[in-house]
Design a protein around this ligand. Structure first.
Ligand code: NI
Length: 180
């Protein structure tokens, strides 16, 4: 499958609330999910939401490669996902987005969540996530509500180009990069 064009910030589709999926198991949904996984893998990225491929449906895909530290998570598609924080702990971590190329920012997210949704065949899933996986899922679900990670940032000084991130020192702005 050829890699799909990714919607960049400024495209209205990234700002609209995506519509829930009501038909499961059909070819259109299968094809969308395959396109999303292929595009995420090729980019490469760790997550993608359907609006980033100009499709206003509530579908996300994500994966955690082994080299990201922590547990490896294979490519997973989640439909009509919902998130609930398990507690009020927040962590600050780097995020990038295929719709905002070359940039990364330090974003506060819930540390521990439960997520619910459906697989492509309509099977319901519910699981907990923490750390980087919880961050990725929160980022992707935000896309379904027209929200980009920069709106979640408390301080836009913590936005950096990828190329400059090696020189970026959080300590220049805050005392600690622990929970905040
Ligand atoms: Ni994104």
């Amino acid at each position: 499958m050829p890699i799909q064009k990714i919607a960049l910030m400024g495209q209205p589709v990234l700002r609209r609330a995506a519509q829930p999926v009501s038909e499961f198991g059909d070819q259109e949904l299968e094809r969308l999910i395959e396109n999303m996984k292929d595009t995420m893998r090729e980019a490469p990225g760790v997550g993608l939401a359907a609006p980033q491929l100009f499709v206003g449906r509530r579908v996300i895909v994500f994966r955690i490669p082994a080299d990201r530290g922590g547990e490896e998570i294979p490519e997973t598609a989640l439909i009509n996902p919902e998130i609930e924080p398990l507690d009020d702990r927040i962590s600050i971590g780097w995020e990038g987005c295929l719709s905002l190329p070359r940039l990364r920012g330090l974003v506060p997210r819930f540390k521990n969540i439960v997520y619910r949704g459906a697989l492509a065949d309509g099977t319901r899933v519910e699981a907990t996530a923490s750390g980087f996986l919880a961050r990725v899922i929160q980022h992707e679900v935000d896309h379904l509500d027209g929200i980009l990670y920069i709106e979640r940032m408390h301080d836009l000084r913590l936005l950096s180009f990828d190329s400059e991130a090696a020189d970026f020192r959080y300590e220049d702005y805050y005392e600690s990069d622990d929970d905040a």
